[in-house]
Design a binder for this molecule. Structure first.
Ligand SMILES: C[S@@+](CC[C@H](N)C(=O)[O-])C[C@H]1O[C@@H](n2cnc3c(N)ncnc32)[C@H](O)[C@@H]1O
Length: 306
């Protein structure tokens, strides 16, 4: 299990992008207009520095200056949650406004959040506006369709959504495929997948050592996202990391990147209208998307919710 935030290859890129988003007038106007007092961090473990940036942004919102601010960390992995709680505790310790903050955690599958359950329901309740946040390219590891379906099942009109993910603007899947894919197996990424490789060797009783596997058996391949159901967003591409083994190849990780327009259109079909797209100052091919739940732009959409 991976519980050390700074081992994510995109961690700093994503965090800097969030800071840039929170500095935007469009963002400040959106949290003010929606009276955002609740933040739901989806796949939200392991990134207390990002949580802290969001808390600062919500605490400084003049429209909710007297309200308590609640943050719920939702993650399937309890170790990721524990790491966030420890880190956040340290970050907020000296904040003059810390008395306004409530931090809670829910160990749960974020793709099931729309399934009725009294505990979930009570934790997702809020009297004012909410922001849902999915950063660290987590959306690229999931079925986007399932993600947006679950989310739209619990969102209310005016709620906000932040998605931090890799983008592929002005570059085609073919161009990405012709690039040297060995960059996806550099030492940062290998150290990121190391616990996963160790787990795969143990679970599958593979006849190779961890070091041998990391050096010789981890391969990266860029595939069109829609190939084999890797992604639901048209035009996306996925980096697939595979552990080669005599016993059969094991997929360690898949991570999608999106043409910005296509991700925006996909979200719109699920009721999320775009507010702004902010590329990270550290990497123009990584962006933070901010959306507001409201109108639906196609007849296939799911309609407005109050
Ligand atoms: C790439 S990490 C990103 C974490 C971090 N919040 C960030 O922004 O850097 C993905 C996180 O999503 C969690 N996760 C993956 N699938 C999930 C699911 N179906 N439900 C809840 N959490 C999930 C993992 O446990 C992990 O903490």
């Amino acid at each position: 299990m991976i519980i050390t935030a700074d081992r994510y290859p995109t961690y700093s890129v994503c965090k800097r992008g969030l800071t840039a988003l929170f500095a935007q007038d469009a963002w400040k106007a959106a949290i003010a207009a929606s009276h955002v007092t609740h933040a739901f961090m989806l796949g939200g473990g392991g990134s207390p520095a990002k949580d802290y940036e969001l808390l600062l942004s919500l605490l400084s919102n003049p429209a909710t200056k007297d309200d308590p601010i609640r943050m719920l960390l939702v993650d399937i992995n309890p170790y990721m949650i524990a790491q966030s709680q420890d880190g956040l505790g340290l970050f907020i310790r000296d904040l003059p406004d810390r008395g306004r903050l409530w931090i809670q955690a829910l160990e749960d599958d974020l793709l099931q959040l729309d399934h009725p359950d009294p505990v979930r329901k009570s934790l997702l309740e809020r009297p004012k506006g909410a922001v849902f946040v999915i950063t660290g390219n987590t959306i690229g590891n999931l079925s986007e369709r399932r993600f947006f379906t679950a989310l739209s099942g619990i969102a209310k009109k005016g709620d906000l959504l932040v998605v931090g993910c890799g983008i592929m603007d002005n570059i085609s899947v073919n161009e990405l495929q012709s690039e040297d894919s060995s960059k996806y197996t550099d030492h940062t990424i290998l150290s990121f997948v190391r616990p996963g490789v160790e787990y795969a060797i143990r679970q599958n009783h593979l006849r190779q050592s961890l070091d041998h596997a990391l050096k010789h058996s981890v391969r990266a391949e860029v595939r069109p996202g829609t190939q084999g159901g890797l992604s639901d967003v048209p035009g996306s591409c996925s980096v697939v990391l595979t552990l080669k083994a005599d016993e059969g190849d094991i997929v360690l990780l898949r991570s999608a990147r999106y043409p910005s327009k296509n991700l925006t259109a996909f979200a719109a079909r699920h009721g999320w209208e775009p507010i702004c797209v902010v590329p990270s100052p550290m990497d123009k091919q990584y962006a933070q998307f901010a959306f507001r739940f409201g109108k639906v732009d196609s007849e296939n959409g799911i309609g407005e919710r109050q």
